[in-house]
Design a protein around this ligand. Structure first.
Ligand code: PLP
Length: 385
């Protein structure tokens, strides 16, 4: 820290220079992220209400009531009228709190949780924090979890199963109806991670595309992760955890007696929590509405088709699976995929690398010209010496 403070103008100039190396969504080279440039209206609301703290509901009862409304809007989108939940820091916190809830509800029974091999690494964090025995279940050739393998791995100590509606590596959707049936039959907690898919799947049917079932209309689903800061186009931090009812969310309540707003109970990992994120999401849901989100999803899916078709035309490349959501895997017969990714990264492309493929997520900041450039880079990179 300097002895003497500096002027805001000088600091802003310095910051601009220092941040020069960061990628920006506007450049169209971030093709591997599930985040995107937040909608301008969400940004505006976020900066206006930056001082709101929903961790202290007694001080901010109106913001807290709007969190309830936000959760209700998301719940209705996912077929639940009795929904309860929170706007959290992201999908990781939502998944951790979901497994925390499962543990508190069923800890007398055991500590085993079954997750697909494709599950996000936040489940490893949850298992480590909560001392759960995480069993990873193999996938089928279509990269969805093998339901027969799930059944075989169930024991008397299993307390929860997880299904993914939009997997991290390829965006595929696990057989949630079958997992739901298992959950009902065996009295298990079923958490669905729809961090990405939650804001895509509900709109696919209206666009004439297949839309696998994954939401609370399936009776075994206890909770769902759905992230406003991914395809919801809201600000970071913006995760969402929805429960089928308030009894479930109350299972992890920690009583807090001393806050300035009066005593309360918290069921989240963090204490002080961004009310601005809540309000930005509330405002954006109201602003875009179903028609606005359908339009966002339509554009992203059209871009997905465009990329998938382009990849099919490049000799030596192939798709590990047909895209379901706005996620495209690119695999190579010509070059180890690690080498292909390294070359593309050297050319400035910010992509994701998985063991057998490169992952592209067609987020709202990407335009057709960006994907044209990416396809050209893919084709030429493949033949680089
Ligand atoms: N769940 C899935 C399916 C994801 O793909 C991700 C992140 O990409 C997460 C959860 C974690 O989300 P966050 O990075 O917001 O914590």
């Amino acid at each position: 820290m300097n002895d003497k403070g500096q002027t805001p103008g000088r600091i802003k100039k310095e910051l601009k220079k220092l941040l020069h190396k960061d990628h920006s969504f506007a450049q169209g080279r971030i093709v591997g992220s599930m985040c995107t440039a937040p909608h301008t209206f969400a940004r505006e609301i976020f900066s206006r209400y930056i001082d709101k703290n929903v961790g202290d509901p007694g001080l901010f009862p109106a913001t807290t009531a709007l969190e309830t409304q936000t959760v209700s809007m998301l719940g209705r989108l996912l077929s639940c009228e009795t929904v309860s939940g929170f706007i959290l820091t992201g999908g990781s916190e939502a998944n951790i709190v979901a497994l925390w809830t499962a543990k508190m509800l069923h800890k007398a029974k055991g500590n085993e949780v079954l997750v697909p091999e494709s599950a996000h690494f936040s489940f490893d964090k949850a298992a480590s924090l909560l001392e759960l025995n995480l069993k990873k279940i193999r996938l089928k050739d279509d990269f969805t979890v093998d339901i027969e393998a799930v059944k075989k791995q169930l024991t008397t100590k299993t307390i929860a199963i997880v299904g993914i509606a939009g997997t991290t590596p390829l965006g595929v959707v696990d057989p949630i109806p079958e997992l739901s049936q298992l959950a009902v039959e065996r009295g298990l907690y079923l958490h669905v991670d729809a961090a990405l898919g939650g804001f895509v799947l509900p709109f696919l049917g209206g666009l004439g595309r297949p839309s696998p079932r994954f939401d609370f209309s399936l009776p075994g689903v206890s909770s769902i992760t759905i992230d406003p800061h991914k395809m919801g186009m809201s600000v970071i931090p913006g995760g969402g955890l929805l429960y089928r009812n308030a009894e479930l969310s109350a299972a992890v309540n920690v009583f807090v007696p001393y806050l300035a707003g009066g005593e309360t109970a918290q069921a989240t990992v963090v204490g002080t929590r961004s009310g601005a994120s809540v309000l930005a999401t509330w405002a954006l849901l109201k602003h875009l509405g179903k028609s606005g989100y359908t339009e966002v999803v339509r554009r992203c899916m059209e871009l997905t088709d465009f990329l998938a078709e382009g990849v099919r035309r490049i000799d030596g490349l192939y798709l590990p699976c047909e895209p379901v959501l706005n996620v495209v895997g690119v695999a190579s017969r010509k070059l180890p995929v690690q080498e292909l990714a390294a070359r593309l990264r050297r050319r400035g492309w910010a992509l994701s690398l998985f063991p057998g493929h490169i992952r592209v997520v067609l987020m709202p900041h990407l335009k057709r010209k960006h994907i044209q450039n990416f396809l050209a880079a893919l084709a030429s990179t493949l033949n680089d010496r």
